[in-house]
Design a protein around this ligand. Sequence first.
Ligand code: GDP
Length: 455
Amino acid sequence: MTADHTIVALSTPTGIGAIGVIRLSGKDAIHIANAVFAGKDLTKQESHTLHFGLIKDGDVVIDEVVVSLFVAPKSYTKENVVEISCHGSNFIIQQIISLLIRKGAHAAKPGEFTLRAFLNGSLDLSQAEAVADLIASDSQAAHQVAMNQLRGGFSNELNELREQLIHFASMIELELDFAEEDVEFANRDQLQALITRIKVVISKLIRSFELGNVIKQGINTVIAGRPNAGKSTLLNALLNEERAIVSSIAGTTRDTIEELLNINGINFRMIDTAGIREAQDAIEVIGVEKTMEKISQSALLVYLFDAAELSVSEILSDIARLQKPGVPFVAVANKMDLVAQDAFSLALPEGVQFISISAKEKSHIEDLKDLLYEVAVGDQLTENHTMVTNIRHVEALQRTQEALAQVEQGVVNPVTSDFLAMDIKQALHYLGEITGQVTTDDLLENIFSKFCIGK
Ligand code: GDP
């Protein structure tokens, strides 16, 4: 998969912009750029310098540009890299790229710059994947998680475990050399203790995926409640704009409406639904079905009720219908402006959080936001632990966990050292897949083909 040709691609988005940046990487990058550049001789310039000049195709001037030089190995890919900042016209960009290709560069494949950075040891695999996440991050938390992974938080944690396991694997290999003498270099109790430690860390990482993934994708939050409870009004109050249609005719919100709400840097995907009351007409039946379907996919459920209308037994029966094991549940009493402040109290089932608001008067909306954050995220982010956001990593961690269980079996019901060594190697293999000590061309192809061209 390593290639020694020089690649070229536009690294800024396509479309018209003030500038476009065309990137070249490879051993001939500087020579190729120099062949089309009228200005200083780029082959004689220092790394990390900028040069103003013209890009010319023979006598024809294509553009005035600024060229940045990064001489190997001091670049992203550890190869010679040239970045040409030209005017951001599609025509100019295409002209320059095809000129560079005529001079010997090859059009880069998706993710090829980052692939080279990985193959040349600038980044490990999980860091390379973090580059894609970083580019895609659209909230503070998603950014923080990707940045942590890019800076190696995740890799460091795994590499440490891997090294300890490698130590045991080599001790056990040593035993194989002394098979006749029946010696144990690898203390089985210590091995057992190490495996227990690793399993705890891996379980924690696997569990972090749930939140990590949610942070990347946004937390699916369903607002459910009877017609006229004030769901649309609440959504508007939360989003501070008039998006959902507010109406006093019961059953108006027929379809579901989805909006992004950012609370403390986390994206909540707010899903307003048709009422949960028994539907009368056909369209509404679809709406109600959709509600139940959305509820089944939610990661957080907000049940809104009209505190002036509903009896305690109606509220409790709604909650019983909606509650889903493992999904945080927030019961919200609305229209508190119509109810005497102290007239309302409720004994709620376990696990249900409760808050009173007035959506119309926008009172306690900030408290509700804080509660949603508290219930869905809590202090899991501030603990600053490593978070897994990538399904490939979770799968490798799960396989590691299975292989470790096998090793553990072999310690508890002693098997010969060669079997034990094999099982440990299996676990090491899966751990290595995450950070890229173990890779196959297929795996790399699969990861990098999902990148954009120019990354
Ligand atoms: P939905 O069917 O659950 O989406 O309910 P809507 O948001 O359409 O609201 C139904 C009616 O209740 C509208 O007339 C709203 O103005 C009213 N409403 C919503 N929230 C409040 C509130 O906090 N206090 C009062 N007094 N009325 C509210």
